[in-house]
Design a protein around this ligand. Structure first.
Ligand SMILES: Nc1ncnc2c1ncn2[C@@H]1O[C@H](COP(=O)(O)OP(=O)(O)OP(=O)(O)O)[C@@H](O)[C@H]1O
Ligand SMILES: [Mg+2]
Length: 470
C-alpha cells in the first residue's frame, strides 16, 4: 500500500474540520433552540462515550453554613506534602504563628500521582462545573475553589474505595504532625467580649524543647509515667472497657527547679497536645471557670501551677472571721471543694506544687488525682541524662567522684544543669564536670557548716535551760 504524504493527510483533515464547522454553523443558525439543546446533549453523550475518564470534585466550602470542608482540608494537606515535590507552580503561605512557609498547589496547577501502579491526576481549580463531574460534599455554586481528581473509569472502584480513604487518612495524619501547637493563658474577665474564646484565652506558639528523653529523673518512674500517658491518649476504648471515665489528673510535686514545668512540657510534646495554663487568681467564679473550658479541645493539657498558693489562700479565708459570701464564691475555694466538677469537664489536668504537705488532703486524695508524681533532687541517673544532653557524653572517669558526691549532697536538676553548662568557648568536658564537682563540694560544705551551727545553737539553748534550772 502506498504511504500517504503529510500534505495529503492535512488536506483530508482540513476538509473534515471544514465539514464539521459547516454543520455546526447550520445547526446554530437554523435549528430551533429545543432541537439545539437536544443536539448539545447528544454531542455531550457522544463525547462521554469515548471519554474514559471520570472526575470528582471536592469543594472548599460545603453548602451548610459555609463551613470549610474537612475533606477539602485533608486533601489540601495531603497534596501540600506531595505537591511540593511534584507541582511546578506552588503558592507559599505563612501558617498562623508559624515561621515556616507552607507550599501548596497554585490554582489551575495539576499534578500526576501514582497509586498502586495507577495514574491519577489532581488539579486545583476555581468555580465552573465541568461535564462528567460527580460533585461530592458540596454544591455547584460559582466562585468556589475545589480540587478535581481525574482517573480512568476502570479504576473507579480502587479510587472510591481505597485511594480516597488513603488520601484522607494521610491528610489527617500529616495535619496532626504539622499542627502548630499552642500555649494558652487565660485573660482577666474584663477583657472578655461576649463568649468568644479568643478573648478568654490568649495564645502563643508552644515550642518548649523539653522531652521525656531529656528529663533527669528516676528512669523507672519516667517509664511508668510515659506508659501511663500513652495508655491514656490511646485509651478511649480501653477506659470504657475497664469502666473508667476517660480522664486523668496528675499532681506534680517537688522543690523549685526539679522539673515540674519541664515535665508538663514533655507531656504536651509526647502527646502533641496544646497546653492551657490556667491562672486561677484571674477567675472570679465557677461560672467563669466553666466558660473557659467550653471550647477547649480534647487534645489539650490543662495546667494549674502552684496550687499550694491557692490552697493557702483558702485556709486564710476560712480562718478569717469576717469572711463574707463573696469570698465563699472565690474560685479558689470552689476549686478546692469542687475539684470533681472540674475533672468532669477537663480530660487531662496537671497540678503542680512546691509544698505537697500544705495541700488540703481532700484535694489530693487518690481517685481525685490519679497520679502523684514526686520530683526530687538530682540523682546520679538523672545526672547522666543531663551529661548526655549538655555535654554529649555517656561516661567519663570523673563520673565516679560525681556519683559519690550525689549520695552525700542534694542539688536540684536545674542547678546541676546550670553548673554543667559550658561557660566559655571553646569548652571541654573535663572543665564542665570539674565545675559541677566544685559546686557539689560547696553545697556539701555549706550543708555541713549549717548542721554544725544548728547543733551549736541547740547546745546553747540546752545550756541556757540548764542554767535557769540551777
Ligand atoms: N528533671 C529535670 N531534667 C532536666 N532539666 C531540668 C530538670 N529539672 C529542671 N531542669 C532544668 O531547670 C529549668 C527549670 O526547671 P522547671 O521550670 O521545670 O522547674 P520547676 O520544678 O517547674 O520549678 P518551679 O517550682 O520553680 O516552678 C528547666 O528549664 C530545665 O532546664
Ligand atoms: Mg515550674
Amino acid at each position: 500500500m502506498m504511504m500517504m504524504g503529510a500534505g495529503e493527510i492535512w488536506a483530508g483533515m482540513g476538509s473534515t474540520i471544514a465539514t464539521v464547522m459547516f454543520l455546526y454553523a447550520m445547526v446554530q443558525q437554523y435549528c430551533p433552540s429545543v432541537l439545539r439543546y437536544q443536539f448539545q446533549n447528544y454531542s455531550r453523550w457522544f463525547v462521554n462515550l469515548f471519554n474514559p475518564y471520570i472526575s470528582i470534585s471536592f469543594y472548599e466550602y460545603t453548602g451548610e453554613r459555609y463551613q470549610r470542608s474537612s475533606v477539602y482540608e485533608e486533601i489540601e494537606t495531603y497534596l501540600t506534602g506531595n505537591s511540593s515535590q511534584l507541582a511546578r507552580r506552588l503558592k507559599a503561605d505563612v501558617v498562623e504563628d508559624g515561621k515556616d512557609l507552607v507550599l501548596s498547589m497554585e490554582d489551575y496547577e495539576e499534578i500526576t500521582e501514582s497509586y498502586q501502579g495507577v495514574n491519577l491526576w489532581w488539579a486545583s481549580r476555581q468555580s465552573v462545573t465541568t461535564n462528567q463531574t460527580i460533585s461530592f460534599y458540596g454544591t455547584d455554586a460559582d466562585d468556589r475553589r475545589y480540587y478535581l481528581l481525574t482517573f480512568h473509569r476502570r479504576h473507579r472502584k480502587l479510587v472510591t474505595e481505597k485511594y480516597l480513604k488513603h488520601v484522607r487518612e494521610q491528610g489527617k495524619k500529616m495535619k496532626v504532625e504539622s499542627r502548630q501547637r499552642k500555649l494558652y493563658t487565660n485573660n482577666k474577665n474584663e477583657t472578655w467580649s461576649g463568649y468568644r474564646k479568643r478573648s478568654m484565652w490568649s495564645h502563643v506558639a508552644f515550642e518548649h524543647p523539653s522531652r521525656f528523653q531529656t528529663l533527669a529523673m528516676n528512669p523507672v518512674k519516667k517509664k511508668e509515667i510515659v506508659d501511663d500517658l500513652i495508655t491514656f491518649s490511646k485509651g478511649k476504648d480501653y477506659y470504657a472497657k475497664v469502666g473508667k471515665a476517660w480522664k486523668r489528673g496528675y499532681l506534680l510535686h517537688g522543690p523549685p527547679g526539679t522539673g515540674k514545668s519541664s515535665m508538663v512540657a514533655a507531656m504536651a510534646n509526647l502527646l502533641e497536645y496544646d497546653v492551657y495554663d490556667l491562672e486561677l487568681t484571674s477567675v472570679r467564679n465557677n461560672n467563669e471557670l466553666k466558660k473557659l473550658f467550653i471550647d477547649i479541645s480534647s487534645k489539650s493539657i490543662i495546667v494549674i501551677e502552684d496550687i499550694d498558693c491557692s490552697i493557702d489562700l483558702t485556709r486564710q479565708r476560712k480562718e478569717d472571721k469576717k469572711e463574707n459570701a463573696d469570698e465563699e464564691k472565690n474560685p479558689i475555694v470552689q476549686m478546692a471543694k469542687k475539684q470533681r466538677n472540674l475533672r468532669r469537664i477537663v480530660r487531662l489536668i496537671v497540678f503542680t506544687t512546691n509544698h505537697v504537705e500544705k495541700l488540703d488532703p481532700a484535694l489530693i486524695r487518690r481517685g481525685r488525682m490519679d497520679k502523684h508524681i514526686g520530683l526530687s533532687f538530682c540523682c546520679f541517673e538523672g545526672f547522666k541524662v543531663l551529661a548526655n544532653n549538655y555535654l554529649d557524653i555517656d561516661s567519663h572517669p570523673l563520673f565516679e567522684t560525681i556519683q559519690s558526691l550525689f549520695q552525700e549532697t542534694q542539688m536540684t536538676p536545674a542547678d546541676v544543669a546550670e553548673n554543667l553548662m559550658p561557660k566559655i568557648v571553646p569548652w571541654d568536658v573535663e572543665t564542665c564536670l570539674n565545675n559541677l564537682i566544685e559546686a557539689l563540694m560547696k553545697v556539701k560544705e555549706e550543708a555541713k557548716s549549717k548542721a554544725e551551727e544548728e547543733s551549736k545553737s541547740v547546745n546553747k539553748e540546752e545550756a541556757k535551760v540548764a542554767e535557769s534550772i540551777q
